[in-house]
Write a protein that binds this ligand. Structure first.
Ligand SMILES: Nc1ncnc2c1ncn2[C@@H]1O[C@H](COP(=O)(O)OP(=O)(O)O)[C@@H](O)[C@H]1O
Ligand SMILES: [Mg+2]
Length: 512
């Protein structure tokens, strides 16, 4: 195959980057290259267009630019970085492409390609050539607004290994924004590579369940994903499923194999179906019959089901608790991209330690630190980051908002009451470590009496939610900045009062 590849791709192939193609699109040869190992924004299918025929090399630059543009549109590559390899000169083409179109092109001419091919470190040279043509912020892998996969996904390697090497079901537990969707999507991407879906054979599917209210909604969603003939399973009158187990049999035989269902946000569906467990029994049966395998993500409801002996989900799968990232993963998330982007970290170990400590390893917070630091660097057009630059992160209101909403989203009223009470005490006595007894005394002083069980459970949840850290009998806050953020944004007294009110109202309801 190698002789039919352009020089730059031959260099990449030698370094074991996966190359797919050529595919001829509008008479131009196109490829995709897996550049995800660079841990930048470049994906495992970075598009590449090869300009090498006489026909194209002899075109006026502006016409060639339009021909390239048509390929980009046809392939839907407008919003990714597109590599253009020209077996000739490319100065004029470069000007035309940047003048005419907003798509981000990286263009290498024949000379540059040859240099890459002959370089002692082709990777370093390619990265530098990328950096010459694309702004750093655009090449960076940091992403704070949606789930991440591939080159943007860091850590969790033992979780991925477990899920991929064992045939069992998995229940993934984790608070909001800890990375459940990212993990499921990464598993989906890996399964796509291993067992690519084709027409008529698709053995894994991702389903977002947060908007589904009933089992029928769920089955309908599944049928739609597989374009299965719904009427085979629907009870005409009630529009209800006659025999859902049959649907799983049907799908497994149609798609020629057991199907892996990646079910995200499963808590809501469990809540809706708590008084009728048939749905969960159907899933259990499908799994026992080896028609389906389930990898589901949730938190409180799923945990309740999994540990309830009466529930069909009791011991249904292997539990997997998603926690914060380990230090070495956080270190990778910081240093790999910054090194590739030629950013110098002045006091490398100290920077890593500081970010790890201040974010408690929460991936989203680490992303915020890195992104903010990089944006600041781009503004100042510098190349060095040091501890002194961290103030820009502390001043970032978006970061503060995300820390506080994450706390609000991840806690129930009693947990919030505990946190506000702790902040109050910390303020007054400058103490940073608390026992359950201290907490109990403080809550009582504030007129809130809670049973030991509830208090203990709440503290454990706050530990799981990455807000408190438990060491033996003692608790302390995990994020050093968190207390300051709370104090700056809320009146601690008011926060406590509201949380107590909500807790009491809720407590009244459960007693009724
Ligand atoms: N493995 C990871 N590597 C890098 N960033 C991650 C990872 N997991 C999560 N993140 C960051 O956290 C954010 C929230 O992740 P997401 O998967 O949406 O969480 P959840 O589904 O648990 O709410 C992402 O936008 C991303 O910035
Ligand atoms: Mg999610």
């Amino acid at each position: 195959m190698s002789t039919t590849l352009p020089y730059a791709l031959r260099a990449l192939e030698r370094l074991r980057h996966r190359i797919r193609g050529p595919q001829t699109v509008r008479r131009l040869d196109t490829f995709t290259v897996d550049l995800s190992a660079w841990k930048l924004s470049l994906s495992d299918r970075t598009p590449c267009i090869w300009v090498h025929s006489h026909e194209h090399l002899n075109l006026p630059a502006v016409d060639l630019a339009y021909a390239i543009r048509d390929v980009v549109r046809q392939q839907g590559w407008e919003h990714t970085t597109v590599l253009v390899l020209v077996d000739g000169t490319a100065d004029e083409l470069r000007q035309q492409l940047s003048r005419l179109f907003t798509t981000q092109f990286v263009i290498w001419d024949a000379k540059q390609q040859k240099e890459i091919f002959d370089a002692s470190s082709p990777t370093r040279l390619m990265l530098d050539l990328f950096l010459e043509q694309i702004p750093r912020a655009q090449l960076s892998p940091y992403e704070t607004s949606r789930w991440v996969t591939g080159s943007r996904f860091f850590g969790r390697s033992s979780d991925l290994k477990k899920i991929r090497s064992r045939p069992s079901n998995f229940m993934i537990f984790g608070i909001r924004r800890i990375g459940k969707t990212s993990l499921l999507r990464e598993v989906e991407r890996l399964l796509d590579e291993e067992d690519p879906p084709t027409e008529g054979s698709r053995r894994h599917v991702y389903i977002e369940c947060s908007t589904l209210q009933t089992p029928d909604d769920f089955y309908r969603e599944v049928a739609a994903k597989f374009q299965a003939p719904l009427k085979l399973f629907l009870e005409r009158k009630a529009q209800s499923f006659r025999n859902a187990t049959k649907m799983f049999d049907y799908l497994a035989s149609e798609q020629r194999g057991q199907i892996t269902f990646l079910l995200d946000e499963f808590d809501r569906l469990l809540e809706y179906t708590q008084h009728n467990l048939d749905f969960c029994t159907v899933l259990r049966q499908a799994s026992q019959n080896k028609r389906a395998r389930f990898i589901m993500a949730g938190f409180r409801e799923m945990r309740r089901a999994m540990y309830n002996r009466e529930h069909p989900f009791y011991n249904f799968g292997e539990p997997l608790y998603l926690e914060a990232l380990e230090r070495k993963d956080v270190a990778e998330m910081i240093t790999q991209p910054f090194d590739a982007l030629r950013v110098k970290l002045d006091g490398r170990e100290e920077i890593v330690s500081r970010i790890f400590r201040e974010t408690a390893g929460q991936p989203l917070f680490v992303q915020f630190y890195c992104q903010t630091l990089l944006e600041q660097l781009d503004r100042s057009e510098g190349n060095v980051i040091s501890i002194n630059d961290f103030q820009s992160v502390y001043d970032n209101t978006a970061f503060r908002d995300i820390v506080l909403t994450t706390f609000m989203d991840n806690s129930v009223p009693l947990e919030r009451a505990i946190v506000f009470a702790m902040v109050g005490v910390q303020d007054k006595h400058e103490r940073e470590v608390f026992t359950i007894e201290d907490l109990d005394a403080e809550l009582k002083r504030r007129g809130l009496v809670v049973t030991f069980n509830r208090l203990d459970e709440a503290c454990r949840n706050l530990d799981t939610a990455n807000i408190l850290r438990r060491q033996g009998k003692a608790y302390s806050f995990r994020l050093p900045l968190f207390v300051r953020m709370l104090q700056e944004n809320y009146s601690v007294e008011f926060g406590f009062k509201k949380a107590r009110q909500e807790y009491m109202a809720q407590d009244g309801e459960t007693r009724r």
